[in-house]
Structure formats: C-alpha cells, structure tokens
Design a protein around this ligand. Structure first.
Ligand code: G4P
Length: 556
C-alpha cells in the first residue's frame, strides 16, 4: 500500500538533494567525509583523508580505475541530519534563535540529505553533467588559495543553465590564501554570481579561528581536535566577548561584514533561488570547521524537491503517483557478475521496492525487485524512497539516461539532452572478423550514453566517430569493448575541437569547406565539426547565411 500524499509531502519537505561541484583537489572527498561525520554516519574522520588512504576504498569496477586510483562511478550518499545547535553537543538557544527568522523551512524530524557524487577526476564526462540534472542545489567548493578553477567554472555554467541555486564554500581556510573580498570579487566579476556571505571568517586564511555569524552578529569560535578526526567543538560568544578574545581579527571581520552589507551583499532567499546570488561559507573540511554551518545552510536555504514538467509542459507534482527519471547508467561495476545499474532520481510519489512500474519509452513493465543505494563499494537495499532520493536499479538493461519510470497516470519527462562534445575520435575493430560484435558493442555503449556516435557516408560504419565531453569517455569505451565484448579496438583522435548544430540546407556548403565535416548523430541531429574556433569564425563571416547553432549543455 502506498502512503498518502500527506506522508509524501512531509517526506519531501525534509529532503535536500545536492551535488558538490569543484575542481580536483579542492577538497570534495574530505568535505563529503566531514559531512558524514556531522551526520553521525561515521564516528571519526581520517579513514579516507588524503589520496593515499582513499585508494583502497574506491570502487574497482574497472582496471582503468585501479591504474589511476580514481573512481569513475558516480553515486549518491544519503544521510539524516538533525540540526544540533553547537558542535560541542551543547545546543544553545541563541544559535537556534539566529536561524529562526530565516527563509527556509525547518521541520521537527531529521532532515534527509542526498549528496549526489560527481566523478572526482580531472577529466570530464557527460556523466558529470547528467548528475546535475538530478539535484536541486549545488555546493561550489573552492580552494581559498586557488579561487575559481576551470572544472568548477564548467560545472557552474551547467548549474546556471539549469537554474540550480548554488551555495559557495571557500575551503582550506586553515591554509594561507586570498582574502574574503578578493575571492568575492573574483566570483562576481568572472561568473556574474554575487556572493552573499552568511559568515565572515575570523582570522585570515591560514589562521582560521572561527566565524562571525552575520545574521546574529555573534562569534562561533572553533577548537581543533586531534588530526581533525572529530566534530570541532564550537563556542558561541557575543560581540563584546568576541572582541575581547580575538581583538583585531574580530574587528576586521566586523568591518568586512559591514562593508558587505553596504554593498548589498546580504542573503536574499529569492535572489539565491533565482541563481543571482550565492550564500557563502568559509570552511576547513580537514579540521571540520564550518561544516555544520554548511549543513545548516543546506537545510535552511536549499530548496526541497519540487514537481517537474513533462514533455507537454504539465507538471508532475511531488505528491502525484510515483515517477522517476534515469540520470545515469553504469555497467560492469562488479567484475564477478556483470551487472548494469541505472540510477533514478525520484520525481513524485512513494517508491516501494518490488513495485512494478512502467518504462515510458517502451511502455513495458519494469520490476523493481533489486533496488539499491550505492556509495563506493557499499550497496544496501532500498525499500522505500521519496522525491529527491536516488535509487540504483540492478540489471536495468532496458533503461537509458533520460528515461522515465512511472506508476499510475502516464508521464514522460523531457530527455536529458546530449552535451556539447569537445573531443572527437574514430574507433574501429582491430580485426575485421570482430565487426559484428563491434557494432553490437557500439550500439550498447551508445544507448547507455557512454559516448555520442556520429556517422556520415564518406566514413562508413566500420569506423564511426565518437564524440565526447571529456576524453575519459573514450577510455571507457575501449576498455569496455575489450572487457565485455572481447573486441580490441584502435582509437584515433580527430583534429576537431568544436561542434555546431546545422541543417540539411547548410550541410553541402559546409562539407565543401576545409577543416569542416558534417555528421549525423544517432538522435538525428546534424553536427558540423570544426578544427578550431578560428575556422568556425572565418566560415561564419564568409557565409553568414549558414545555420550554425551552438550546442547547449542540456536540452530541457
Ligand atoms: P578532491 O576530492 O576535491 O580531489 O580533494 P580531496 O578531498 O582529496 O583533498 C585534496 C587534498 O586537499 C588532500 O590532501 C586533502 O587532505 C586536502 N584538503 C582538503 N580539505 C582541506 C582543508 O580544509 N584544509 C587543508 N589544509 N587541506 C585540505 P592530500 O595532500 O592529497 O592528502 P593528505 O596528504 O593531506 O592526506
């Protein structure tokens, strides 16, 4: 029996689903662990601190991952969080009072936080983007010394395009870095997002003493624990005691806070949800400083899961019968038995393991007996889930990214869309005798969304062109071709670096140009590939009548 809409509405109110977007080394793994510590999922941090320790814990679903010591898998971590007041287990009314007037909704039960993991490697893939279709908010994690870095920028653009509100976290404040105002300026100027710090750090980067809570004017003083393994105890001081304790560091923080207010950089919930401003927090994930404040911000400010428009624009409300969108498909995680996991994000209703739902794309029933939560190597069975939750479905051979599953009235959500590829290569089977398997494997990998496949008459089908957002997608293709289909392949990079969408009228002229080639993607889109942006600019200037549309990051 399914629960009532009231139960679903209550479950939705207490849920927050987010991803951390960052450049490698900004501290995403350390922060994930710190969040788990604060949620009391683990009792001590440090087990996975640092790359060396973590190597043993990453999934080993592919030899490639082992060789590189990275995890290609992207999964979701769910934890309950009850706002605790102060981190020294001595909840203080003042802190509660400071939050009471804020815009977010507080609920009595623990909050359920879903942290959807983005792949943590330097290379980029479409999976990284797809994850962002499954979240309601993003935490942009920035290294205090480095400021905005390329991968953070790319991911931020996707968030902006999709209208995902962003909370900014300046991490590693325990190490020397830029000043708060320098970082704020950089973010405003380079990406047009206005940071609205919720706290101002007391002590410069490298001398992290605590946080000035801008809403209450009080001081949260942190104490270090041995090796940063435990939740950092917090002491709450009023302004007078803070000034007496911290002297100039406190005065500087107060001045900074006043300056920010004068510049209009105070938190505004509507502007935040509209993607105009970004609440900012300063942390040291390593020392567990500011982590509670991040959780509080997520709970207080980040939006709860909301309904989603279907292909016709009708909104499936969260309290409607069950529906979900598949946002990632992953195969071969476990080498002992080849399985294929589809990750769905629940959009509406209650999910109960075992229910038979409908796969909108085929109209076929889909049994959900094997529903799992997956994080790294750990898998556990999921019996019930609600909107915002991520559930892994085992052996989901029929499911592809963007697919809809539903119960009750039919619904189909818009496709996730493919992303603008920047890397292109041809692939062919080394042995002609393997051509049949090669074709089959290519179809399979394409349907899973591992890579985009482009074809044209000149090149024929024996060596299709693979198009990817990041070159690691190619490695996944060749590794899986060999491991799962025993096809050895040769990959040859192509000298193209950007793609534009074109049409039948423009393609003959484009094909005549040097440094350009037109292809049909499997979804029917005509893509013109260019060697570089100068070539593109030249052709656009010479032939202003040609259709050359930029490919946006996501189609919906
Ligand atoms: P990532 O997942 O974003 O790639 O980053 P990760 O957490 O692996 O952190 C990258 C490095 O930065 C690690 O150091 C980690 O310990 C360190 N780090 C993360 N957060 C903080 C912080 O708040 N302060 C300081 N000072 N360092 C931080 P490493 O050299 O790879 O490992 P280790 O030698 O520290 O164990």
């Amino acid at each position: 029996m399914s629960s009532s809409p009231d139960t679903v509405a209550r479950e939705v109110r207490r849920r927050r689903t987010f991803a951390i977007i960052s450049h490698p080394d900004a501290g995403k793994s350390t922060m994930t662990e710190a969040l788990a510590l604060h949620a009391r999922m683990i009792s001590e941090a440090g087990a996975v601190h640092g790359k060396a320790g973590r190597k043993a814990t990453v999934s080993d679903w592919m030899e490639m991952e082992k060789a590189r010591g990275i995890s290609v898998s992207s999964t979701a971590l769910q934890f309950n969080y009850t706002p605790t007041g102060l981190g020294n287990d001595d909840p203080d009314d003042d802190v509660e009072a400071a939050y009471a007037g804020s815009a977010g909704e507080r609920v009595d039960e623990p909050h359920v936080i879903n942290l959807v993991d983005t792949p943590g490697h330097a290379d980029f893939s479409e999976d990284t983007y797809r994850v962002l279709t499954a979240v309601d908010a993003a935490v942009m994690l920035i290294d205090a010394a480095k400021g905005l870095e390329p991968q953070t920028l790319k991911l931020f653009q996707v968030c902006r395009h999709r209208g995902i509100p962003v909370i900014t976290v300046i991490n590693k404040w325990d190490r020397p870095g830029q000043t708060p105002l320098e970082l704020i300026d950089e973010i405003s100027e380079r990406i047009g997002l206005t940071p609205t710090p919720l706290y101002v750090p007391v002590g410069i980067a490298g001398d992290f003493r605590g946080l000035l809570d801008r809403r209450s004017g009080t001081y949260i003083k942190f104490s270090r624990t041995a090796g940063g393994a435990k939740i950092a105890p917090e002491e709450l001081l009023d302004a007078q005691r803070a000034a007496a304790t911290e002297g100039d560091a406190w005065t500087a923080a107060v001045e900074e806070s006043e300056l920010l207010s004068e510049m209009g950089q105070d938190h505004d919930q509507e502007m935040f949800l509209a993607g105009e401003t970004s609440p900012m927090i300063f942390t040291s994930a390593m020392l567990n400083f500011g982590v509670r404040q991040l959780l509080e911000a997520l709970v207080e400010l980040a939006p709860a899961p909301a309904g989603r428009a279907d292909v016709d624009g009708t909104v499936r409300e969260v309290t409607d019968p069950f529906s979900a969108v598949v946002f990632k498909v992953q195969a071969g995680m476990d080498s002992s038995h080849r399985d294929r996991l589809a990750y769905m994000r629940i959009v509406s209703g209650e999910f109960e393991r075992g229910m038979v739902v409908t796969h909108a794309q085929t109209g076929r029933p889909f049994a959900t007996k094997y529903a799992q939560a997956v994080f790294g190597r750990d898998r556990s069975t999921v019996d019930t889930a609600y909107p915002g939750d991520v559930v892994g479905l085992v052996n989901a051979t029929a499911l592809a990214p963007g697919d809809t599953l539903y119960d009750g009235p039919r619904v189909e959500f818009p496709p996730i869309g493919s992303f603008a590829p920047e890397h292109f290569a041809t692939l062919r089977a080394r042995s002609a005798g393997k051509y049949k398997q090669f074709r089959k494997a290519m179809d399979q990998l394409e349907s899973e969304g591992v890579v985009q496949v482009l074809r044209n008459n000149t090149r024929g089908d024996a060596s299709p062109v693979l198009a990817a957002v990041g070159p690691m997608q190619f490695e996944v293709v060749t590794a899986r071709m060999l491991a799962e289909f025993t096809v050895e392949t040769d990959l040859e990079p192509l000298g193209y670096s950007l793609a534009r969408r074109t049409d039948d009228t423009s393609s003959p002229e484009l094909d005549r140009q040097r440094g350009v080639e037109v292809f049909t993607r499997t979804d029917g889109a005509l893509l013109a590939l260019f060697s570089d942006k100068w070539r593109l600019q030249f052709i656009e200037k010479e032939h202003p009548d040609l259709t050359l549309e930029p490919l946006v990051a996501a189609a919906d």
